[in-house]
Ligand binder design. Structure first.
Ligand code: DX5
Ligand code: ZN
Length: 227
């Protein structure tokens, strides 16, 4: 099996907003791969986060590609606005899409790369016809809505089955994991086949630790998991 480069996507929803410009400069200096931008609408998810206007401001502050995770109902209504606000990737939830093929094509039509997210209990069979249409599959490893939750353990098997499905079809599709991506869970997630890690309150944005310290520990665990 080909060894994939592990990409790190810091989760903006977990960050300290007091100095956003300074934060973006720190993330760039650390060489992080994406800014993970969680959008929640209080409908698909019980919580609400932020919309396209803030994303446009973040995009103006940094050259880091933005990985937009739409945890919203009727995502088609907002795809153009997020694409214009600088999304590199736009990930929608399979549970939120009635016309999934149309939605994924809509994302491409606005110049962004389509991703597809699955809640913990959503089966991989929902990807049967969509896997060829996406650049990335996001496996939710907690139920979406809140930071600081515990891993849903069966999602590790699901990652491994998804990796086998992708490799079996000889596709080049990333697997992103989102939720409780902690130093303890990262080795298991990578071993199962994940290669994009959403780094939130469980690893990068931790109380009482600088971003640099947390990142050094994170990188060490990633390196140990890939050699
Ligand atoms: C999704 C969450 C995650 C967030 C969680 O519902 O908002 O995107 O990154 O990070 P942790 O689990 O580390 O607090
Ligand atoms: Zn997310």
């Amino acid at each position: 099996m080909k060894q994939r480069r592990i990409k790190i996507a810091p989760s903006l929803a977990c960050a300290d907003f007091r100095n956003l410009q300074g934060l973006m400069e720190q993330l760039e200096a650390l060489g992080l791969d994406y800014v993970h931008y969680d959008v929640m609408d209080g409908h698909f998810t019980p919580n609400i986060t932020f919309g396209p206007e803030l994303q446009a401001r973040v995009h103006a502050m940094t050259g880091i590609p933005i990985d937009t995770h739409l945890m919203i109902a009727e995502p088609d209504r907002y795809i153009e606005r997020f694409a214009q606000a600088g999304s590199h990737l736009i990930t929608v939830h399979v549970e939120a899409c009635t016309h999934l093929d149309r939605t994924l094509n809509l994302i491409r039509s606005f110049g962004a790369k389509p991703g597809l997210a699955l809640n913990p209990a959503t089966p991989l069979s929902s990807l049967e016809y969509a896997l060829e249409l996406v650049e990335m599959v996001l496996v939710m490893t907690v139920n979406p809505g809140f930071v600081g939750q515990q891993l849903v353990p069966y999602t590790l098997d699901k990652i491994a089955q998804l990796r086998a499905m992708i490799d079996g079809r000889e596709l080049d599709v990333d697997i992103e994991v989102d939720g409780n991506v902690s130093l303890a869970n990262i080795p298991r997630m990578i071993a199962a086949g994940a290669n994009v890690l959403v780094a939130g309150s469980s690893s990068l944005f931790m109380e009482g630790r600088s971003l640099e310290e947390s990142f050094a520990a994170l990188r060490e665990v990633v390196e140990a998991s890939t050699t």
